[in-house]
Design a protein around this ligand. Structure first.
Ligand code: 9WO
Length: 251
């Protein structure tokens, strides 16, 4: 996938390809991140990209002219959807990341200051996404979150097939706990089943933990979901054991 990112901080956004999974994806040619600075499209000697808001008030607004010029330049090489990252957008989820990962190319627009001129949104933006209900100082971290979360889903990016399918959220549940050596750490031991070599029992334990942990930590994720009978049985067992262990705690 090719990402063209329109940002006043091109070096920062481009650095998302310097580490980890996005770096490997970009080395393999599966992902590329091109950054375009709207300042390069400013027409005045001071390379101005912002101006005072109509109606008054604090702060500045990103001017439409250089944004539109940058966007149209990018569109000549990238025919993908243009996504604006902002707190007003639809909240991103793993399902939406999966949908976006099916696109060939994307253009990501990062605002700064108090925002961008509304007419740029009206004229050019295809979708508006938020990464969560908080205000950042600009859209760049949102763009980097999108690039990271999409890149790791692209075919050939993660080492062994299936590691993305085994993710937390891959089927709407939280992840089960993980352990590695040593067997004991400050009196805390590894659950015996994980050392049993019984792969069916291990799969069952992991599924039960995923269901149980989701029920404890994020019950909202289970609210509108009808569980398969086998999953319902596992969750019932977890709840029974959870109840017993909390009764013991309170003795
Ligand atoms: C700044 C501001 C200052 C005073 C009063 C109100 C204000 N609102 C904002 C504001 O929303 N600034 C935004 C900064 C303008 C668009 C780019 N910025 C941004 C994007 N902040 N946070 C995001 C963002 C992007 C994706 N997901 C979550 C947050």
């Amino acid at each position: 996938m090719r990402f063209d990112v329109i940002t006043l901080f091109p070096g920062w956004v481009a650095s998302v390809t310097e580490n980890g999974v996005v770096r490997r994806a970009s080395e393999k040619g599966l992902v590329s991140v091109e950054c375009i600075n709207p300042r390069d499209y400013s027409t005045d000697v001071h390379r101005t990209v912002d101006d005072r808001p109509y109606g008054g008030g604090p702060g500045m607004v990103m001017k439409a002219d250089c944004l539109l010029a940058a966007i149209r330049d990018v569109r000549s090489v990238n025919e993908g959807k243009l996504i604006y990252l902002s707190p007003q957008g639809q909240q991103l989820s793993q399902d939406k990341v999966k949908e976006l990962a099916a696109e060939k190319n994307l253009i990501l627009l990062c605002g700064r200051y108090e925002g961008i001129d509304e007419r740029v949104i009206k004229l050019e933006v295809d979708a508006e996404y938020s990464i969560g209900d908080y205000v950042l100082s600009g859209g760049e971290l949102g763009a980097m979150v999108l690039i990271d979360s999409i890149s790791r889903l692209l075919p050939g990016v993660l080492g062994h097939d299936g590691s993305a399918e085994q993710d937390s959220f891959s089927d709407g549940l939280l992840d089960c706990p993980h352990y590695t050596r040593p067997e004991t750490i400050e009196g805390q031991v590894v659950p015996a089943v994980l050392k049993s070599g019984d792969h069916a029992a291990i799969a069952k334990w992991r599924r039960k933990q995923a269901l149980g942990i989701t029920w404890v930590k994020r019950p909202d994720l289970l609210e509108h979901r009808i569980l398969q009978p086998a999953d319902q049985t596992l969750l019932d067992e977890y709840r029974q054991e959870y109840k017993v262990s909390s009764e013991v705690d309170h003795e």
